[in-house]
Design a binder for this molecule. Structure first.
Ligand SMILES: NC(=O)c1ccc[n+]([C@@H]2O[C@H](COP(=O)([O-])OP(=O)(O)OC[C@H]3O[C@@H](n4cnc5c(N)ncnc54)[C@H](OP(=O)(O)O)[C@@H]3O)[C@@H](O)[C@H]2O)c1
Length: 265
């Protein structure tokens, strides 16, 4: 048993083969959802689905998790994944736009326009394109009248200024804006919220913690960096039916990193 009840519900999680997406897909499945997770490669997606299924079986929980190939920058992949989810289960209740990228480092005015476009394509445009595909497939249109939920993974970088990753942070700030815009446009059938993680122990963020985890932990009020499960919990909170009157909100999950520097010895 988990805190959340997604029994009879169907969820799509982009970028679910590792990190935050994997933890989210796992918690959704453990909470009763039928889950479709994606990765750019079919093998990685299928391996992740099999791993979640095996891990939960060890805990005596039978789950339905499917791994599908799907580059979030490709609209036809969005359509294929969302229609597969509905064709298989008859409904789509939750879309987690998790996959993200950050290939542009340095001052924003030094960045190649093509690279800037790629960052915004994956981090900002893709969540809207996947929302559209999910809507067209039937997100929030289940026969029982259950509202749909979209959760976009942004970043605390969207809320502050940092050297070196300004393009990434700008793309996530735009995602926060579009999250609120979609919340206006898609209610009451669909709720749209975002989660903004701080530094979390994943491959994507290794440059931010791997060589200096103790230093990051020491300046984090909660005394440690984040774990993918910390973010998964917040995503499930926002996606769950019990959050039925929450939309257009951004939930910061950062152990207090935005609050400022503190000393932990
Ligand atoms: N970790 C942090 O500290 C942190 C902080 C703030 C925000 N975030 C955000 O959290 C989200 C997840 O990041 P993470 O840290 O969990 O990263 P991660 O561990 O590297 O996992 C990224 C996942 O996304 C998939 N992916 C990457 N590019 C993709 C694409 N174009 N299309 C489809 N799938 C793609 C990866 O699979 P494949 O490589 O197999 O495709 C993988 O499953 C991102 O949006 C990131 O911006 C992370």
């Amino acid at each position: 048993m988990t805190t959340y009840d997604f029994s009879g519900r169907t969820a799509v999680v982009t970028g679910g083969s590792r990190g935050i997406g994997y933890a989210t897909a796992s918690l959704l499945a453990a909470s009763g959802a039928t889950v479709f997770l994606t990765s750019r490669t079919r093998e990685d997606a299928e391996a992740a689905a099999a791993q979640i299924t095996a891990d939960l079986a060890d805990r005596g929980v039978t789950v339905a998790v499917t791994g599908l190939a799907g580059h979030v920058g490709q609209a036809d992949a969005a359509t294929a994944v969302c229609t597969t989810a509905v064709a298989t289960t008859g409904r789509l209740d939750v879309l987690v736009n998790n996959a993200g990228t950050n290939p542009a480092y340095g001052p924003v005015t030094d960045q190649d326009p093509a690279l800037i476009a790629k960052v915004f394509e994956i981090n900002t445009t893709a969540p809207v394109v996947w929302a559209r595909a999910a809507l067209e497939a039937g997100l929030g249109a289940a026969p029982d009248g259950a509202a749909g939920a979209i959760v976009n993974i942004a970043s605390i970088g969207a809320l502050t200024m940092e050297d070196g990753i300004g393009i990434y942070n700008g793309s996530k700030a735009a995602l926060l804006h579009l999250t609120r815009q979609m919340a206006r446009e898609l209610g009451p059938r669909i709720r749209v919220n975002s989660v903004s993680p701080g530094v979390v122990r994943t491959r994507f963020a290794e440059a931010l913690w791997k060589e200096h985890e103790a230093a990051v932990a020491a300046t984090t009020p909660m005394g440690r960096i984040g774990e993918p499960a910390d973010i998964a919990d917040a995503v499930c909170f926002l996606a769950a039916p019990t959050s039925g009157w929450i939309t257009g909100t951004n939930l910061v999950i950062d152990g207090g990193q935005l609050v400022g520097t503190v000393g932990h010895q």
